[in-house]
Ligand binder design. Sequence first.
Ligand code: FE2
Length: 360
Amino acid sequence: MNKIKWMIFAILATALFVLAGCTEDNKADNGEKDTNTDSNEETAKVVNLYTSRHYDVDADLYEKFKEETGIEVNVVEGKGDELMERLDREGEATEADVFITADAGNLARLKEKGLTQAIESDVLSANIPEKLRDVDNEWFGLTKRARIIVYSKDRVDPENLSTYDTLTESEWQDRVLIRSSENIYNQSLMASFIELSGEEVAKEWATGIVNNMARDPQGGDTDQMKAIAAGEGDVAIVNTYYVGRLLNSENPEEVSVGEQLGVFFPNQDTTGTHINISGAAVTKHAKNVENAIKFIEFLSNVEAQEVFAEANNEYPVNESAKISETLQSWGEFKEQDINLTILGENNAKAIQLFNEVGWK
Ligand code: FE2
């Protein structure tokens, strides 16, 4: 009898042990599922990206990032404004971990709306110059562009060009092409002038430009360059990558427009040429913060920088990275020396001054 009792006990004990094992397995399963909904998310090998960029090489970089880290990049592409509205609307429920958009002014808006968070990263501090990062580490520049003067090689002697201010002189009456003041690039340009020269001088500049406009502002930067080629005006203020895009276009007509233009970096003997960035932020409600930081760090590394920047004919922010042949051909230039956080701080004032002088 004792033997039988002992066998029954052994069977029951084994059954309990197996059941306990199952329970452990279930717990592990539940645990994994839980990490998708609560704060301990870092086991999920993904980073969700909202980006206003759309270049084929970006997808290759994301693939490379996955190979190196095992972290998959899920991409939502769209226009910067629309993605920003979406991020705002989604609030805490958003899936976005990283947001990439153009212009420090836009990144400052994200921060102001409470949609970004501060991150600490020695890698980013080492790879990205201080003036190209938010002062509170809530966004980081990844590529750099300059807002320059382009001119008709046929009708303009570059000897007559020097500063942004020069374009307000009577010599340039009805010859200046520039887009609307509603555009963030112009707002950031104006914000930089407010910082460097004060409100009064900035306002005088805007007044002078309005007086010398070849036409009411219309279209984007590329349209201003096409208007030079069409003879509607002789000089335009545009971002460098748009010139690079024309020169490297598959469309021969666009290449022809680009070749009719000279590239001029203004203010070389004074405050330097206005520069801006496209950049990235970790979102306020990111569920994969560690992965998000790793991803931005990856994009700031030399190898990725050379690919990421060149895709849009931009300057890498990492000073060890090489620049494209097109950019090399324009030579080095002196940049405005201001922290780009200031562009966001002066944005409202810039818009106000534009409105006061009637810049459409
Ligand atoms: Fe642009």
